[in-house]
Design a protein around this ligand. Structure first.
Ligand SMILES: Nc1nc2c(ncn2[C@@H]2O[C@H](COP(=O)(O)OP(=O)(O)O)[C@@H](O)[C@H]2O)c(=O)[nH]1
Ligand SMILES: [Mg+2]
Length: 344
């Protein structure tokens, strides 16, 4: 057992770039092991530097192919800029981890494997939906502390959990493709509202014009006036000034075409991501997003901790009795809460 699950990861080994230690830490985080949390606690002061890029959209739209291309773009910048260290996290409940096939394209993966500036990891979907988002947050913290400057998180945009994960990101790409009933899917999932950049991948396929038209219309619905803050938080608007048309923090999500299989449109996508990052930093949205994200996490953890403590102190029989009364409609849910929490 000692060999398979080392008790604790030395935080310094993560800061020093030890990949094996990082892989072990991620496993501990995924398993919600207390040792993993202890290491994350020690690493937290070293986080907050990475640019988190969420990549979401329906299965088969080409997210993995795009992520693969983007990772290569960051490793081999065309403009002579310094390569950036890239981590990829694939959170995909629909496709469990299958070795090298994680990015869906073994051939191009070879370009990236063996490059110490790239770290690729998939995350199994298990446990509660909240657990999935929490583990993703832990992954991102570990990778950030390990010095990865860009963290690409691929999620399938099908449910609330995935939307929550997209909310972790500084920049969210929503990926669509022609011929998938794009407009309907996009609106149904409400996913355009979280898009910072909209990508129509598979632009080599027929129907790209009509998909683009549909998406422009849907974008107009999702961002009707362009006057709202572009925000990701659970508590958005709470402490923010009313936005105005002059507000510098406005961001209009650009719509870009790509062909991930050929690399077409990737430099333009990379530039759009960079423009968004600059926009966040110059407008102050970067800090606002960080604050919202950390505050959401704090409040979620407080809720969980208080609930757990309260349940531990409540005799099971008392709980059962009130639950039964609720089921028999002798008390309303509101009254049940009053009796349980206030003891009235
Ligand atoms: N024709 C075409 N096929 C693509 C493109 N991008 C991805 N694909 C293919 O679409 C399929 C699904 O791609 P994948 O990246 O796994 O999609 P994901 O499920 O969104 O991650 C694979 O067979 C890809 O080779 C593209 O731009 N054009
Ligand atoms: Mg995929």
């Amino acid at each position: 057992m000692a060999n398979r699950q080392p008790a604790a990861i030395a935080p310094q080994s993560i800061l020093d770039g030890d990949r094996l230690a990082l892989a072990r830490l991620l496993t501990q985080v995924e398993n919600e092991a207390p040792e993993g949390q202890a290491a994350l606690n020690a690493l937290f002061p070293h986080t907050g530097r990475a640019h988190l890029i969420g990549v979401t959209g329906a299965p088969g739209t080409g997210k993995s192919s795009l992520v693969n291309r983007l990772a290569r773009y960051y490793r081999q910048p065309e403009d002579g800029a310094a390569p950036r260290r890239v981590a990829v996290v694939a959170v995909d409940p629909t496709s469990p981890f299958t070795g090298g096939a994680i990015l869906g394209d073994r051939v191009r993966m070879r370009d990236l494997s063996g490059d110490p500036g790239v770290f690729i990891r998939s995350m199994a979907s298990r446990g509660s939906l909240g657990g999935l988002a929490a583990s993703t947050g832990g992954f991102v913290q570990a990778l950030d502390a390990a010095g990865f400057e860009v963290i690409l998180v691929e999620t399938v945009g099908v449910g609330q959990a995935e939307v929550d994960i997209a909310r972790l990101a500084h920049t969210t790409l929503v990926v669509e493709a022609p011929g998938l009933g794009d407009d309907i899917q996009a609106i149904k999932a409400g996913i355009l509202e979280i898009a910072d950049i909209l990508v129509i991948n598979k632009a080599d396929r027929p129907g790209v014009e009509s998909a683009e038209r549909a998406l422009r219309g849907a974008l107009q619905l999702a961002h009707p006036t362009r006057r709202e803050f572009h925000h990701h938080g659970l508590m958005d608007n709470a402490n923010q000034p009313a936005p105005t048309s002059e507000n510098p923090s406005m961001w209009t999500p650009p719509l870009l075409r790509t062909v991930a299989t050929e690399g077409t449109g990737i430099p333009e996508l990379g530039e759009a991501i960079e423009t968004h990052r600059r926009h966040l930093q110059e407008s102050g949205d970067w800090e606002r997003r960080e604050q919202t994200r950390l505050q959401s996490e704090l409040e979620a953890r407080i809720q969980a901790a208080l609930l757990e403590r309260w349940r531990a102190n409540l005799p099971e029989a008392v709980y059962r009795k009130i639950l039964q009364a609720l089921l028999e409609r002798k008390v309303s849910p509101y009254e049940a809460v009053r009796r349980l929490v206030n003891g009235d």
